[in-house]
Design a protein around this ligand. Sequence first.
Ligand SMILES: C[S@@+](CC[C@H](N)C(=O)[O-])C[C@H]1O[C@@H](n2cnc3c(N)ncnc32)[C@H](O)[C@@H]1O
Length: 299
Amino acid sequence: MTYPYTRYLAAKKTVDDRALNSRVLADLRRLVPPGACRVVEIGAGLGTMVARLLERQVLSSGEYVLLDVDPQLLRDSRGWLCAWAADRGVGTELLPDGVRLGELRVRLVEAEIGDHLASGGGEPADLLIANAVLDLVDVPAVLPGLLRLVVPGGAYWFTVNFDGETVFQPDHPADDDVLTAYHRTMDQRVRFGRPAGDSRTGRHLFHQLRDAGAPACSVGASDWVVHPGPDGSYPGDEAWFLEAILQTVEEALTGPTAPAGLADWLATRRAQLAGGELVYLAHQLDLAGRSPARPAVPG
Ligand SMILES: C[S@@+](CC[C@H](N)C(=O)[O-])C[C@H]1O[C@@H](n2cnc3c(N)ncnc32)[C@H](O)[C@@H]1O
């Protein structure tokens, strides 16, 4: 795993495993048709969610589209998914456009979300997933198109939507300045020529989904909570996950408008990470529901 973002997403899996709201997931199970299912996941990254849904027996067969703009992640996902499957005795077969995991055909699609929607979005699925992604797009602009990626009345599961609170412990005198400025960069972010973020995505989604005719029927918190154990070590590769979060803050803020105290804040946080002291929390929300049923055709 030489691509740092691949290692970050692999390390994030155990953090998300703990964070995902189990009640919302239980409600989602009732929204998904039994048997073979067609799923599309936008901003799917390495494909850790497809692995998780197989582990938790939410899915077992059908087709799962992993859509992402980053071709390196999609290339790495084949290897990551095959290694995951080998560890669990799940049969795999490499396909020209993806990989088969047991009875589930995983298709890799390289596309930017806005471009994908503009080009029609392909065959509608039964379930649309976005994990840790909707806080990276202009939700009001893309939501109606996203909901058309599923059949009328099909399910959506929008998870790990950042919602305005980042906490590091122990307290540092520059916390408020650094984290307020960091959240502001999310609100001002532009990617692929489009607005790309909202530091309060989670809470805003509730009414945005209502306005789009797809009110959530299940909502719950999915906060990231990362802390060292009593021996000062972090689970799995979560120390790397925390370093990647610190790098994200650093890259977002470095420049002429960097808050005073940023350098000391970063050095202190890195020392706390190395010393097995750093705790990190991010408040997030999961929402599940159904896409609008198609309006009745006038007789
Ligand atoms: C925080 S990562 C989450 C990845 C994966 N869902 C997970 O939770 O492991 C966000 C992902 O969205 C992708 N992404 C961001 N903006 C995108 C866009 N406009 N179109 C398609 N993919 C996008 C990135 O390449 C990245 O893989």
